[in-house]
Design a protein around this ligand. Structure first.
Ligand SMILES: O=C(O)c1ccccc1NCC(=O)[C@H](O)[C@H](O)COP(=O)(O)O
Length: 276
């Protein structure tokens, strides 16, 4: 069983328990009462192709299969507030429990603490999880192409939009990018962490980003350690970077995000001057 299949098997078991506790009908009622979704697409620059800055999606990530415990996050809301102050455009909250130590309570706490859009980052494998995300205030959800059939990808994306949210459609290969584009994804992530080996190869982003049509939001996911990595992704066409480990382990995440934004803007400017 691959790492992804293994994670999803656990997600499905936990989901069965939650479905027993809260019916889909109950979730529908909660969604009707939830505050409207914040515009995640606009926060990430929308379809504006005149890129002048690099957006940062800052992640609340407690644990990971590749690294184990990352940081003792005692207050996810306070961490998210620091991310917000540093200039993050979106906060990502890893809600998967078994391998990442996250929860819907983390999502609730973060959503209440910031005014910017919040991504429920999880291994979406059932429409119930999209309703659940919205009921807990999420503005964006993650759809991993490798985990979904084309019909599921299309249906889940449509449901996400029906509920007023946006989806980050995550890819790892050229074929997955073709699938993401064909279902009409507006926000496409390229995750450079190989889901079989868990190795990070930043060169994957440089090799694949050019396949994504102009006008889409292009997110470089995973492996940002420092300003040099940020410049690498920005110079290869990233609209945004998604950063977890480097921020949760940093004593001053607010300053680190500001530094990443400056590095991203400088790399974009160098690219524009080089193209003149
Ligand atoms: O982080 C992992 O070990 C991992 C393993 C298997 C599937 C997904 C995994 N991570 C989820 C993510 O996509 C990252 O949390 C996110 O891109 C941030 O990555 P990083 O900045 O390298 O922590």
């Amino acid at each position: 069983m691959s790492v992804l299949q293994d994670i999803i098997a656990g997600v499905r078991e936990d989901l069965d328990v939650r479905k027993q506790a809260v019916s889909l009908e109950e979730l529908h009622k909660r969604v009707a009462l939830a505050p409207p979704a914040r515009d995640g697409l606009a926060a990430l620059g929308g379809t504006d192709t005149a890129r002048t800055e690099l957006k940062v999606i800052a992640e609340v990530k407690r644990r990971s299969p590749s690294k184990g415990d990352l940081a003792g996050i005692t207050d996810p809301a306070a961490l998210a507030a620091q991310y917000n102050d540093g200039g993050a455009s979106v906060i990502s909250v890893l809600t998967e429990k078994r391998r990442f130590g996250g929860s819907l309570a983390d999502l609730d706490a973060v959503r209440a603490a910031v005014d910017i859009p919040v991504l429920r980052k999880d291994f979406t494998c059932d429409p119930y999880m999209i309703w659940e995300a919205r009921a807990h205030g999420a503005d964006l959800v993650l759809l991993i192409v490798a985990a979904l059939r084309d019909d599921e990808l299309r249906d889940y994306l449509a449901l996400t939009h029906e509920l007023g949210m946006n989806a980050i459609v995550e890819t790892h290969t050229a074929q997955e990018i073709e699938r993401a584009v064909s279902v009409g994804a507006k926000i496409i992530g390229i995750n450079v962490r190989n889901l079989k080996t868990l190795d990070v190869d930043r060169g994957v982003f440089a090799a694949l980003a050019g396949m994504i049509p102009q006008g889409q939001v292009v997110i470089a996911e995973s492996g940002v350690r420092d300003a040099e990595d940020v410049a690498h992704y920005a110079s290869h066409g990233a609209t945004a970077i998604l950063v977890g480990e480097a921020l949760v382990k940093d004593a001053t995440p607010r300053e680190r995000i500001t530094e990443f934004k400056i590095a991203g803007a400088q790399a974009i400017r160098r690219g524009l001057i080089g193209a003149e």
